[in-house]
Ligand binder design. Structure first.
Ligand code: SF4
Ligand code: FES
Length: 233
């Protein structure tokens, strides 16, 4: 089957602004959008620029806007989209070239919430830090994040105020705040109680819709904001 593929292109060395380019691409129904992009790059225009690494929905590097929704190009298939497919870079982030956006601010925010285990006490005799199954399940959902940025870039609160820490950073704070082995929940909640923290979420649910890992992001944000309120009582 022939796919009518439109790609929003931008080359800072040649273009003044973004523009759509059209390609007719031969495809199978089970091809992923990433396969189409490779075909264009290999057969039409080697300058086409996009990120990808694992090609299996694990590394999070090929999030982009496909037919108006943020998705992973390596996960979404042609038979799920139809014969007309449009591909644009993630919205709300500065475009570097074609489908590549600048993720530096995104990762700065991720780092700002201390996304690592802080355990003050060393267990005796180098034993493991044990946890019950229920304690592990408490934060299971938020361990699934692959830092693709699809949630933050789909969030109108982030578009309106790009200093907002954003859903992805809150998801990764949640993963440690509710970990029974961690001792820095208070510090993280203090960071997220800032004016650019959890309060900017307006429960619009775009993030939940965009997440390729099916994480209930809005629930995670509400749990973090409830914990922040509780801490200030
Ligand atoms: S929460 Fe989901 S959409 Fe957001 S960065 Fe993680 S995997 Fe991507
Ligand atoms: S290339 Fe790794 S998630 Fe798509």
């Amino acid at each position: 089957m022939q796919i009518d593929l439109r790609i929003l292109r931008f080359d800072p060395e040649r273009d003044e602004k973004q523009h759509w380019e059209r390609y007719s691409v031969e495809s199978q129904p089970m091809d992923r959008v990433l396969d189409l992009l490779h075909r264009v790059k290999w057969e039409n225009d080697a300058r086409l620029t996009f990120r990808r690494s694992c090609a299996h929905g694990v590394c999070g590097s090929d999030a982009m806007m496909i037919n108006g929704r943020n998705r992973l190009a390596c996960k979404i298939r042609v038979d799920q989209l139809g014969r007309k497919i449009s591909v644009a870079p993630l919205p709300g982030l500065p475009v570097i070239k074609d489908l590549v956006v600048d993720m530096d601010g995104f990762f700065d925010k991720y780092r700002s919430v201390m996304p690592f285990l802080v355990a003050e006490d060393t267990p005796p005799d180098d034993a493991e830090r044990l946890q019950t199954q229920a304690e592990r399940e408490r934060y299971d959902d938020t361990t699934k994040c692959i830092l693709c940025g699809a949630c933050t870039s789909s969030c109108p609160s982030f578009w309106a105020q790009d200093s907002y820490v954003g859903p992805a950073a809150i998801v990764n704070a949640h993963r440690f705040i509710f970990d029974s082995r961690d001792d820095a929940a208070g510090e993280r909640l203090e960071i997220l109680a800032d004016k650019d923290g959890v309060w900017r979420c307006r429960t619009i649910f775009n993030c939940v819709d965009a997440c390729p890992r099916g994480i209930n992001i809005t629930r995670a944000i509400l749990e973090v904001s409830s914990a922040a309120v509780e801490r200030r009582r």
